[in-house]
Design a protein around this ligand. Structure first.
Ligand code: BGC
Length: 738
């Protein structure tokens, strides 16, 4: 390798001057540059790269001009600056970001172009703010609706999450910012998240919980991955031999950085040997007493250096980590060709609004009560705390300091303007606390009236309104959609059911808008004509919601998870076994195995979901042709072409998500009745038809065979099912794998 340690010592007028190192320039392969930099570093400098120096940064190598690494949450916007050693705000006035919709909403767009737009927009904000690692996106699977962090993830289906995570990563990394996909792996609940030890079959691991991470690594080429807090087979996931060494590095060939979750490291040797590269957030004695050398107490700091110096851990182990970290730096901070990024960019507001509007799901629309007909409307009553509560503040590490947040009430008022009167009644009081880590909500939610008084007010106003828009759901307070704890029950909190029922009794045009990242019980579903899943939509929430309610936007979102009627309709709860959820003595076994979400509800004769995976209505209607296949038989080497024509049979332009599921009719192992293996969102003008084509190869037909430890496509009969949701299959066709 050519050494360009050319700037060594230079004699100028008799003086010896140390010059700035000149690295191999960026026309040289990254691997050569990594080796070049590594060769110049001392042992101490190498170890310093492997752990934090502040809450969100790790040191570079100042002597060699290698910059620091700066991380930021993620995944819905760029976190405000915090003090060096604390979680509270640093008090900057230039760090208010664009809040993008929560990832459940992004997943509900079923549109990879939206994921690319999202990634690019948030990547530009991260880049502008001088962050080189974005802590997100998250792709843990929706296994139980009680998981407090589901709103940060992409739903229950491994294929959907895979298709959506890849473009998100590509968008972020095009900005010269690393995506850090989290939380690897099996962090599917917040309850006991630091201690729960998860076990499950290899089949469930590979078929359900790993595919989105694998896609992130192999197709998205993510530059970083975050280890999760929980344990897997007795070992913490931040230094887990099976997950990090065997699967991530050996099987998938990951060449990026493994970052610990904040405080997820417990042991120097395991961290050294089991695949972790960078340690963050560890609470050490030094740290809690704010010793100046707190970060030196980290497992991958002085204790690691001591072990290497004593010869107990070979230097090659350290070099492996440093190579990964240098690679990250050459891909980001040391890449002088990376774009500059932008902040306060109107294009980001437009992106946030567009993603939100595409993700909002029209769950039910009896008698076509929506869209609101403004020409025939005098008065709209908006009821509910979530119509005014700021949802960008709270929820844990994804909490934001947004430049602005349009509430549903303000959004609707702005859109309706003088066309009708929009009045508001609180209806109920939920959680009036609107602050998080020093970011204080600008909305005063204090209320002195009793629950009955609030209800009476709402009901009496409802009698005389043309429409009642109830905006409720969950919020970002603890034990709702919030990191750290799971929800305590499936029902809506704060007696909202009572309010909805009362409103529906007096106004037959009562529309329920759920603001949440999780499914909830809806005992009133058959008594209200319309239900909308409005998600947490970020800065542009109110504008996006209003555009759907009045029909400027024809809804096209589809559910990324199943909405069951009762908690026990979810497999993790159906078994009524605490070992399955939430664990017994911190041990957990996923007896629900591969039958998660629709894979479980498809097998049930009764208790069908209230709203199926993939469900979402439009203001227009779509007709599907018969599905055709280009062959009736295929071999493992062949590709099957599946074609279907979709026609917009209504009077409005609209987009339909055409979904393709595969069913294995004969199999030696139990398999789900069907599994999503393709989808495409098509925009159609009234009367327009479009042929959609899917290509399937045998990877779409395979299951993971535990005993062979490989994917197997078993010869036999298969069916292709095409439809508008997992519960609305419009056409099927069979073929044989030989
Ligand atoms: C969360 C991570 C987050 C980190 C830094 C942890 O508590 O689990 O998702 O990125 O904090 O804020």
């Amino acid at each position: 390798m050519k050494s360009v340690w050319s700037a060594m010592l230079l004699c100028i007028s008799g003086m010896v001057v140390a010059q700035t190192p000149v690295y191999l320039d960026d026309t040289q392969p990254i691997e050569d540059r990594v080796e070049d930099a590594l060769a110049r570093m001392t042992l101490e400098e190498k170890v310093a790269l492997c752990h934090a120096q502040s809450k969100f940064s790790s040191p570079g190598v100042p002597r060699l001009g290698l910059p620091e690494n700066w991380m930021t949450d993620g995944p819905h916007g760029i976190r405000p600056e915090v003090a060096w050693d604390e979680w509270y705000q640093a008090g900057w006035t230039n760090d208010s970001c664009m809040a993008f919709p929560a990832l459940t909403c992004l997943a509900a767009t079923w549109n990879p172009d939206m994921a690319l737009l999202y990634g690019k927009s948030i990547g530009e904000e991260a880049r502008y703010r001088n962050k080189n690692v974005l802590l997100g996106p998250g792709v843990n699977i929706y296994r139980t609706p009680l998981n407090g962090r589901n709103f940060e993830y992409m739903g229950e289906d491994p294929y959907l999450a895979s298709e959506m995570v890849v473009p998100y990563i590509e968008g972020v990394q095009a900005c010269g910012v690393a995506a850090c996909v989290k939380h690897f792996a099996l962090n599917n609940q917040e309850c006991d998240r630091h201690r729960v030890d998860v076990d499950l079959s290899d089949r469930a691991l590979y078929e359900i919980y790993l595919p989105a991470f694998k896609a992130a690594v192999q197709r998205g080429k993510t530059w970083a991955i975050m280890g999760s807090y929980n344990l897997y087979k007795g070992q913490h996931c931040c230094h887990n031999q099976i997950l990090l060494n065997r699967i991530l590095r050996d099987e998938w060939g990951f060449d990026g950085v493994v970052v610990s979750d904040w405080g997820g490291v417990y042991n120097t040797r395991e961290a050294a040997y089991n695949g972790l590269d960078m340690e963050f957030g560890t609470g050490t004695d030094g740290l809690s007493v704010s010793a100046s050398d707190a970060y030196n107490h980290y497992y991958l700091a002085q204790p690691f250096l001591n072990e290497v110096k004593a010869g107990n851990i070979p230097e090659s182990v350290l070099d492996g980590k440093v190579r990964n970290i240098l690679r990250l730096m050459f891909r980001t901070t040391m890449n002088r060709n990376r774009p500059y990024g932008s902040f306060k960019n109107p294009a980001h507001a437009e992106a946030a609004r567009q993603i939100a509007a595409e993700g909002i799901v029209l769950l039910q629309n009896r008698d076509r009560v929506l869209p609101i007909r403004l020409d025939k409307t005098r008065k709209i009553l908006v009821v509910g705390e979530n119509a005014i509560k700021m949802m960008t503040v709270g929820g844990g590490s994804s909490s934001l300091k947004a430049r602005y947040e349009i509430s549903p009430l303000d959004g609707l008022r702005a859109r309706v303007g003088d066309a009708a009167e929009v009045i508001y009644a609180r209806g109920y009081v939920g959680n009036t606390d609107g602050s998080y880590n020093g970011v204080v909500s600008k909305v005063d939610l204090s209320e002195s009236r009793s629950a009955d008084e609030l209800l009476d007010e709402a009901v009496s106003l409802a009698r005389d309104a043309d429409y009642v828009i109830f905006v409720g759901g969950l919020n970002k307070n603890s034990r709702q959609d919030c990191e750290g704890k799971d929800r305590e029950s499936y029902g809506l909190p704060y007696n909202q059911d009572r309010v909805i029922e009362a409103l529906a009794r007096v106004n037959r045009r009562t529309v329920v808008v759920l603001v949440s990242g999780n499914s909830v019980a809806m005992p009133w579903a058959d008594r209200v004509p319309a239900i909308v899943e409005g998600w947490y939509c970020g800065s542009e929430a109110g504008n996006a919601l209003a555009s759907v309610l009045v029909g400027d936007v024809n809804p096209s979102g589809k559910l990324p998870f199943t909405m069951c009627e009762r908690l026990e309709d979810y497999h993790a709860h159906a078994l009524n076994d605490p070992l399955v959820y939430p664990g017994v003595g911190y041990k957990q076994f996923y007896k629900d195995d591969i039958f998660v979400g629709y894979r479980w509800s498809d097998l049930q004769k009764s208790n069908k979901p209230l709203f199926c995976f993939g469900h979402g209505l439009s203001y227009t209607t779509f007709e599907y042709s018969r599905v055709t296949l280009d062959r009736k038989q295929m071999t493992a080497a062949d590709t099957l072409r599946v074609r279907v024509t979709v026609k917009n049979t209504g009077r409005r332009a609209g987009a339909e998500v055409v979904q393709l599921y595969v069913s294995d009719a004969e199999s030696s192992l139990p398999r789900p009745l069907k599994e999503l293996k393709g989808f495409e969102k098509v925009m159609l003008q009234p009367g327009e038809s479009r042929e959609v084509e899917f290509l399937l190869d045998c990877t779409s037909l395979s299951y993971f065979d535990d005993t062979k430890h490989e994917w197997v496509a078993e010869p036999g009969r298969f069916e292709v099912l095409v439809g508008a949701s997992s519960g609305d299959i419009r056409s099927k066709a069979g073929f044989e794998l030989r």
